[in-house]
Design a protein around this ligand. Structure first.
Ligand SMILES: Nc1ncnc2c1ncn2[C@@H]1O[C@H](COP(=O)(O)OP(=O)(O)OP(=O)(O)O)[C@@H](O)[C@H]1O
Ligand SMILES: Cc1cn([C@H]2C[C@H](O)[C@@H](COP(=O)(O)O)O2)c(=O)[nH]c1=O
Length: 211
């Protein structure tokens, strides 16, 4: 896994368990990039495109697909997210710093639970790796406390599942040592402001922000 993958300069990925705080940190990062008037594109997976909307019905429990169908849908959504007309590559070509909330590592960690990571990798092996991966690390119990405040839960938001997802993420981070992707682990139990400062200390040194 990852050994022969290419790297997309200017692409930063946020990953973590449910409730790790990636949405909160993306908002904070967006405010800082906006204030500095740096070129950026903040995005997420599953996307709000046609395939992403179908995926959301499955995550919400309204629709049930075969496990492999779901893994292939995430991969199809990602293809469009990356290569679509207004996709991540188009933004990178325009000179934007691109930050996405979740990417192929989520497929490996979550769909890997049912199918095994090697099988999921088959559907994702052609996607390039990001330049930087920020992994927002949180004990599953803390994540659960945060997402449990929501009105409705999604299919993966169960404590036992989150433990298994975290194990998969740890394996993924280990595999990434074979690649040129820079992996940074963020302690997501810290305060929102402290994490925001740490994220900014990493992102603000990127050439697209400093130039
Ligand atoms: N560092 C933090 N300390 C305490 N609470 C936090 C922290 N970061 C986020 N939260 C709170 O936890 C909840 C979940 O945060 P957020 O939506 O950012 O997580 P997420 O990683 O995007 O979750 P998911 O992937 O499940 O959508 C929110 O109520 C948010 O205010
Ligand atoms: C991209 C992607 C996501 N998932 C899962 C992970 C989360 O449980 C949800 C997305 O929820 P969020 O609150 O919007 O972060 O979907 C997945 O299983 N596989 C994937 O590839």
């Amino acid at each position: 896994m990852f050994g022969n993958s290419s790297l997309l300069k200017g692409l930063i990925v946020f990953e973590g368990l449910d409730g790790a705080g990636t949405t909160t940190q993306l908002r904070s990062l967006e405010a800082r990039l906006e204030a500095l008037k740096r070129p950026y594109y903040i995005t997420f997976e599953p996307t709000d495109g046609a395939v992403g909307q179908v995926i959301r019905t499955v995550l919400g429990g309204k629709e049930a697909f075969q496990r492999e169908t779901l893994a292939r849908l995430f991969s199809a959504d990602r293809y469009e997210h990356l290569h679509g007309n207004d996709g991540m590559i188009a933004h990178l070509d325009r000179g934007d710093l691109v930050i996405t909330d979740r990417y192929l590592f989520s497929s490996l960690a979550y769909q890997g639970l049912d199918l095994g990571m090697e099988k999921v990798w088959e559907f994702n092996r052609d996607f390039p790796l990001p330049e930087i991966l920020l992994f927002f690390d949180i004990p599953p119990e803390d994540g659960e406390r945060r997402y449990s405040r929501r009105d409705s839960l999604e299919i993966y938001e169960k404590l036992s599942t989150q433990h298994a997802v975290r194990d998969n993420y740890m394996e993924i981070l280990d595999h990434l040592k074979q690649s040129d992707c820079e992996v940074i682990i963020i302690d997501s139990t810290k305060s929102i402001d402290k994490i925001s400062d740490q994220v900014w200390s990493i992102v603000s040194r990127h050439p697209i922000v400093t130039m």
